[in-house]
Write a protein that binds this ligand. Structure first.
Ligand code: FE
Ligand code: CA
Length: 500
């Protein structure tokens, strides 16, 4: 029950009055589990740096609290690599981000926080390999974790994998309540204010399996739509047609996202804007280009959301990434800096026509609503020849493996790039019938599966990159097992995934 988590938080044995003083150390042992009830996290790994995160779980009205942090080379904190102090401030919901530099590459570190005499659990994290390293990178790809529609058992399994990193492609929270399955409830309506978004994150962050995953590996994170509201586009949303009003909501949502995620300081929002796209390198094997498909896109073309084709959809002025991000991506693709070039973004790039031969039909919230922008991206890949382009996607609550082409109706002799779309952690997927029709109508889609929840476990950066599609047996069972549904391999120099 959602109310159980929130109720527990309200029973916090710390008074607002005592917290007005920054140094509070006595009699708080009983609060240990409660003060750090939202867990610890790390993210944005660099060869010499990492971001550490926590949020103190305090009642509204609590004052600033001093937090000590420690980073060690060993689990028992015998060799301290760095330590320091900072203030968890009420204006940041008592969240704290420590953006560290000066660390060693490709190393495990352990970290913990202490505040008000209470110590957090220990988190583990890992820096990225140094520029010369050719070591492949292991990571999980996750998205779409609907609290109500299942237990976060997939996170339990991810936390126990042997990984360097977790890539989160968005829908970290859901603002609305939808779907058939409800194993637990949000317990409140869709957030629109900063206080309400914070409450929603606190609920999701209370999940022990999600906390275990954060404590086990660093995250690279981008948002999709539900961190703000379903299917929003830039400054537009169906429920809030006035852009100025919607941007106020977006500012609240972006601030709450930053407050709850191990994001670098460069991603801190300024009003309704936040720069979350960027480049992450892992030795010479793997470069990850993280995209933001939501903040800068053109408004939806045509109505309703799934339509037979319309002229507006094809307008070359339509953008998915915005001018600046598109230029940055084109320049990044031309650099050829690593053996594998991974574009990690929110939704599916491959075209998916679900219509009849004489009457195509597309879902317009994804890249199918922005075909000119997709063509520019594929043209950039064709011209720049980035090394081994590999696309990761999420959002669509189903597994897809696809060949990417400049023109999906008239594909070239070989694919330009390979796309792997991971299914949701819990969120309900589309029907099997629609997947079968999609596979029959779209030959560049090599694999599709919508009935399973889970994640993708990948190894990338060496002579072969592999994607294991992992599925939990039953997302409504908190102790569910997991199995490998399928495995695909992509060879260096040969775009296109092969069943392995
Ligand atoms: Fe989703
Ligand atoms: Ca989404």
């Amino acid at each position: 029950m959602a109310s159980a988590g929130l109720g527990r938080r309200r029973f916090l044995a710390l008074s607002g009055a005592s917290l007005a003083a920054p140094f509070v150390c006595r009699g708080l042992a009983a609060a240990s589990a409660e003060l750090f009830a939202l867990g610890v996290a790390s993210g944005a790994p660099r060869p010499d740096g990492i971001v550490l995160w926590t949020r103190l779980d305090l009642p509204a009205g609590s004052g600033p609290v001093e937090v000590e942090w420690e980073l060690a080379s060993d689990e028992r904190f015998r060799v301290i690599a760095a330590r320091g102090r900072g203030f968890a401030l009420p204006e940041n919901a008592h969240s704290i981000h420590i953006d560290l530099s000066g660390l060693g590459p490709d190393r495990w570190y352990w970290y913990r926080f202490t505040a008000a005499g209470v110590r957090s659990r220990t988190g583990r994290t890992r820096t990225a390999p140094a520029p010369g390293s050719s070591r492949p990178i292991r990571f999980a790809v996750a998205s779409c974790q609907n609290w109500e529609q299942g237990y976060f058992t997939a996170w339990w399994h991810i936390a126990r994998e042997d990984l360097d990193l977790i890539v989160h492609l968005g829908d970290y929270i859901y603002e609305n309540s939808w779907g058939k399955t409800k194993v637990r409830r949000h317990g409140s309506g869709a957030p629109t204010t900063l206080a309400e978004y914070r409450e929603r994150y606190a609920l999701y962050k209370s999940d022990p399996d999600l906390q275990d995953a954060h404590a086990a590996f660093p995250f690279l994170s981008v948002w999709d739509d539900h961190e703000v509201v379903n299917d929003y586009q830039n400054d537009r949303s169906d429920g809030t047609p006035d852009p100025a009003a919607f941007l106020r909501r977006r500012a609240a949502a972006y601030k709450a996202y930053y407050e709850h995620m191990p994001m670098p300081a460069s991603a801190e929002p300024r009003g309704p804007d936040a720069l979350i796209y960027g480049t992450y390198r892992f030795g010479e094997g793997l470069e990850i280009l993280l995209l933001d498909d939501r903040q800068y896109r053109s408004a939806h073309a045509c109505r309703p959301a799934r339509v037979a084709d319309c002229a507006e959809r094809l307008d070359p002025a339509r953008t998915m990434l915005g001018v600046a991000q598109e230029r940055w991506l084109r320049d990044s693709l031309a650099r050829r800096s690593c053996r594998w070039t991974m574009i990690a973004q929110q939704t599916r790039i491959a075209e998916l026509d679900l219509g009849k031969p004489e009457e195509p039909s597309f879902w317009l919230d994804g890249w199918d609503g922005y075909p000119a922008a997709r063509r520019r991206l594929m043209d950039a890949i064709a011209e720049a020849h980035p090394a081994n382009p590999l696309v990761l996607g999420g959002d669509v609550h189903s597994f897809w493996v696809a060949d990417l082409h400049q023109d999906f109706r008239r594909p070239g002799p070989a694919p330009l790039a390979t796309e792997i779309v991971g299914t949701s952690i819990t969120s309900e997927g589309p029907s099997d019938a629609s997947v079968k029709r999609a596979l029959a109508r779209n030959p560049h889609l090599k694999y599709g599966r919508a009935d399973k929840r889970g994640y993708v476990s990948m190894i990338a950066g060496g002579s072969v990159s592999t994607a294991r599609l992992m599925a939990v047996d039953d997302p409504t069972d908190a102790g569910s097992g997991i199995s490998e549904l399928a495995r695909f391999a992509i060879e260096d120099g040969r775009p296109g995934a092969q069943a392995a």
